[in-house]
Design a protein around this ligand. Sequence first.
Ligand SMILES: Nc1ncnc2c1ncn2[C@@H]1O[C@H](COP(=O)(O)OP(=O)(O)O)[C@@H](O)[C@H]1O
Ligand SMILES: [Mg+2]
Length: 227
Amino acid sequence: MENNIIISANDLSKVYRRGAEEVRAVDGISFEAFAGEMVAITGPSGSGKTTLLNLLGCLDNPTSGTLSAGGREVFGGGRAPGERELTLLRRELFGYVFQKFYLIPTLTVEENIMLPGAFYEAPGAKSALDVMRLLGIERRYRHLPGELSGGEMQRVAIARALINSPKVVLADEPTGSLDSRRAGEINEILRSLTRRGITVIMVTHNLELAGLADRRLEIRDGKIHAA
Ligand SMILES: Nc1ncnc2c1ncn2[C@@H]1O[C@H](COP(=O)(O)OP(=O)(O)O)[C@@H](O)[C@H]1O
Ligand SMILES: [Mg+2]
């Protein structure tokens, strides 16, 4: 199984300093994610879920600990990668999905989806039409985000996350602004990615959706609690 590990974190910590105050947002987390599994991260507000997700996705530097992603040690042993190396890693390995979609309001659906590929074409990059079809939004390609429902906007954001054929999709409360029916649909879409071998790591407050994941990590005060 070992060669199926796509992300491996060992004793990972992130400490924020606010003046004299120290916040251990992530406090010694060890965790492995396997290819093609869906992991739900749950826990109270402020428990460190977003910080953890950002560390796993190499969007943020840990204060200590080691992190390997895609078979490479990224952080660890006093090593910190350069910004260029990090940028390439983010583009090739990860797709990111957020609660607030972050679509560009003046670009069409198709243009939003093509945006990551406009600057960099990863090996195995997909066409906008392929990912729009996968998400069932191909008939919306000329629409602006403001003309879409929340569920459709999140589909566009997921399509955008898939354009560079990521191995890991990280989603921070992707259904947080959707009603329960749309939330279920988005969850099912994320679930379906695992059947293509993509690893999905999702932060959610929705315990029902978390229960549909292969595994659940409950975070409290920056630490993993048995869920
Ligand atoms: N950039 C930051 N600077 C200082 N403190 C931060 C920063 N980001 C998060 N924190 C603190 O870290 C803790 C965890 O935050 P976060 O990871 O956003 O939690 P969650 O996503 O579970 O709500 C909180 O106490 C938060 O205030
Ligand atoms: Mg959060």
